[in-house]
Ligand binder design. Structure first.
Ligand SMILES: [Zn+2]
Length: 159
């Protein structure tokens, strides 16, 4: 899924108490991998908009993608945090949710989501998130959860 959708899914579903954190955790898995690579290309003056070809993506970007998209790691970290700070852990649920969205909507051709990493390289060869049959329902879902979140925040502030 695109990073804006992940950010807004995080806000809509998990941004009740800590909206900025939920958005940050929603975006984080892609920011630490693709985002870091995009910033480096910007600084080096060789950034080109759009999906970079696999041949120019450095090994560290693949490793950070695999680490940040491991459902095992995300669930363990979120559960550990749950005992320390429940509001923070609730916002952090945007991280495992990001991975759950990526598992069926990445193909084996471009960054398949190895959700048992580092114990297994298994992935599901899904449907690309940018195909219209995925992207349009995604946009509809994002709009619904953001409206829900905005309405619930309005109600909370008017009490
Ligand atoms: Zn992702």
């Amino acid at each position: 899924m695109d990073i804006f959708s992940h950010t807004l899914w995080g806000y809509g579903l998990f941004g009740r108490q800590k909206p900025w954190l939920a958005m940050g955790f929603g975006a984080m898995p892609d920011m630490v991998s693709f985002g870091a690579f995009a910033i480096i290309r910007l600084v080096n003056g060789n950034y080109v908009a759009g999906k970079p070809p696999l041949e120019i993506i450095p090994a560290w970007c693949f490793m950070l993608y695999d680490l940040s998209h491991s459902l095992l790691i995300a669930v363990i970290v979120t559960l550990l945090l749950f005992w320390m700070n429940r509001a923070l852990a609730f916002a952090m649920l945007a991280w495992p949710f990001h991975i759950l969205l990526d598992i069926p909507f990445h193909t084996r051709h471009y960054f398949p989501t190895k959700f048992f990493y580092p114990f297994s390289d298994y992935f599901y060869d899904g449907i690309a998130w940018n195909s219209l049959m995925v992207w349009l329902p995604n946009v509809a879902g994002v709009i619904l959860v953001v409206i829900y979140r905005l309405q619930s925040r309005k109600k909370a502030t008017s009490l």
